[in-house]
Ligand binder design. Structure first.
Ligand SMILES: Cc1cc2nc3c(=O)[nH]c(=O)nc-3n(C[C@H](O)[C@H](O)[C@H](O)COP(=O)(O)O)c2cc1C
Length: 193
């Protein structure tokens, strides 16, 4: 059900490299994104699909991960993702990418949930060198990378805990389980009864 999927849909940064993802699967994710709401229904977002080793490697070089875990470098060697979706804004449709940042979030989560339903997982990556990504993927100037979905068959444990005293910094336990504190429900609702 939806809540199970939402719980399973954590950010994963290590993968089983044998868990290949086909182009058809990635196209299925775009089919899901296509059905999403869009500001003024302008549908400015375009998608670069990568499931080849070479383009995967080129994309990964220009991404950064888990800034709070300074002593770790993700993904671990041999645990790289097997696919990426580069969500781009098309300036030929609108000259203002920031007007569509909310659209980016909506399609990103929709695609991550569609991937989770297939037993896949990954991480949204906003920390990237946009110019380099454009360059290595030979993208025309009108396509501006906004957010990248890194995808694969997850190979790490991630768990949610309730944040205490407002501490929401994620961390790793001794056995390398990745722990994600979420603020308690009561902290999220503004108008208490
Ligand atoms: C818009 C957005 C951008 C993100 N960018 C990065 C990133 O550049 N690198 C990274 O390692 N994680 C990134 N994340 C993942 C967050 O760190 C992650 O969502 C957060 O730690 C909570 O973990 P959870 O997704 O398992 O709930 C991003 C998440 C979002 C929503």
């Amino acid at each position: 059900m939806l809540f199970d999927l939402l719980e399973k849909n954590r950010s994963y940064r290590n993968f089983d490299s044998a868990g290949k993802i086909s182009r058809e699967v990635l196209e299925g994710l775009v089919r899901a994104a296509r059905l999403c709401p869009s500001a003024s229904n302008l549908q400015t977002l375009k998608y670069y699909l990568s499931c080849e080793e070479e383009t995967n490697r080129q994309i990964l070089e220009h991404l950064r991960f888990a800034g709070a875990l300074k002593d770790k470098k993700f993904p671990y060697p041999g645990k790289e993702a097997t696919a990426y979706v580069v969500i781009c804004h098309d300036t030929r449709i609108s000259a203002s990418p920031e007007r569509f940042w909310k659209d980016v979030g909506i399609v990103a989560q929709t695609m991550m949930l569609a991937a989770a339903e297939l037993g896949l997982g990954g991480c949204m990556v906003g920390s990237m060198n946009q110019v380099k990504i454009q360059e290595v993927l030979s993208m025309p100037d009108n396509l501006l990378p906004q957010l990248i979905l890194m995808l694969g068959k997850p190979a790490e444990r991630v768990k949610i805990v309730t944040a205490e005293d407002g501490n929401v910094t994620y961390f790793r336990e001794e056995d390398d389980t990745h722990v994600v504190p979420k603020r308690p429900l009561a902290e999220l609702i503004i108008n208490k009864e």
